[in-house]
Design a protein around this ligand. Structure first.
Ligand code: ADP
Length: 287
């Protein structure tokens, strides 16, 4: 019987030991074979199955990590190349030390600084390394505060911002700081992608289960086939234009994460280029 025991239990366990050793050495594609031998016990097959699921998760995390590193590298390279090129020109005398040259360098270092801040925020949010204080708050007054906060920037660009709430209050279950962050991000984007003379309208409507927030702008719009992609990190509709406007393509990724962490959903709509955009999100109503 002891010989029988060894083939039934020891072999599969040895296989898993071997596989976990490979995984810990970075070979994330490693799996254990589920041969479905009649003599394999259900418990062992269950264990092998769980093991493979764990390996799959590790492999996914590793892929995401590699993608993030690739994205970050790519984002850092452009401003660095510009800065280095200008500095080289100054050093070897090909570029005159004129204010525009220094301004360009300064501009690119600011971009780098913003990018690093954004990446830090993204990694904090994606790792869930922040506190969420869900309480009953009034969405109407939170929106009013966000609008007030951004009013000077709207005035500066001559874009009108409208908020005429249907109700005096709208109670939701949310984290006040995070809701403000979401609103400021969306209102900031609306301003960024709307030309002077344009208009942005905010609204909130209630149902017994949720509140729906809408931020509509009369801006440059989004091609319909890209509406889903814009929530992906580092995604910009038009690389060069957004880049020169200073966007890193992280804001909406963070915004989406925050809305979902508070139990809501977010989506975008646009009829197309130059047709404006509407960003909507929901939050659970306060009980
Ligand atoms: P960014 O910092 O580049 O604005 P976001 O993640 O906030 O990054 O947005 C991703 C992309 O979605 C932007 O680069 C822009 O192309 C597009 N976008 C976001 N908001 C709007 C808007 N209100 N109108 C038009 N395009 C928008």
């Amino acid at each position: 019987t002891s010989a029988l025991m060894s083939t039934r239990f020891v072999k599969p366990i040895q296989a898993m030991t071997e596989a976990s050793r490979h995984i810990s050495n970075g070979y994330y594609h490693e799996r254990v074979a589920l041969k479905g031998n009649v003599e394999d016990s259900d418990e062992l097959r269950q264990l092998a199955h769980s093991f493979n699921q764990m390996a799959e998760k590790l492999e996914q995390t590793e892929t995401m990590r590699q993608q993030l590193l690739g994205d970050v590298t790519h984002e850092l390279r452009t401003p660095l190349t510009t800065i280095k090129g200008s500095m080289e020109g100054l050093i070897d005398g090909m570029l005159q030390p004129e204010p525009e040259v220094f301004q360009r360098i300064y501009h690119e270092t600011s971009r780098l600084e913003r990018l690093v801040d954004d990446i830090q925020e993204l990694s904090r949010i994606e790792a869930g390394a922040y506190e969420l204080n869900l309480t009953e708050i009034d969405a109407v007054s939170t929106i009013k505060k966000a609008v007030q906060f951004l009013q000077p920037q709207y005035d500066l660009k001559a874009v009108t911002i409208n908020f005429n709430p249907e109700y005096t209050n709208s109670y939701v279950n949310a984290d006040p700081d995070r809701l403000s962050q979401v609103l400021v991000n969306l209102l900031g984007n609306a301003l960024q992608y709307t030309n002077p003379g344009g208009e942005v309208t905010v609204s909130v409507s209630n149902s017994p289960s949720e509140a729906v927030f809408k931020i509509s702008d009369s801006g440059i719009g989004i091609p319909p086939e890209q509406l889903e992609m814009i929530f992906t990190r580092f995604y910009r509709v038009e690389k060069s234009r957004s880049r020169s406007r200073g966007g890193s393509g992280i804001g909406l990724t963070v915004t989406k994460s925050l809305v979902e962490a508070m139990g809501g959903k977010i989506w975008a709509y646009s009829a197309g280029i130059n047709q404006g955009s509407t960003f909507s999100f929901t939050l659970p109503a306060a009980k």
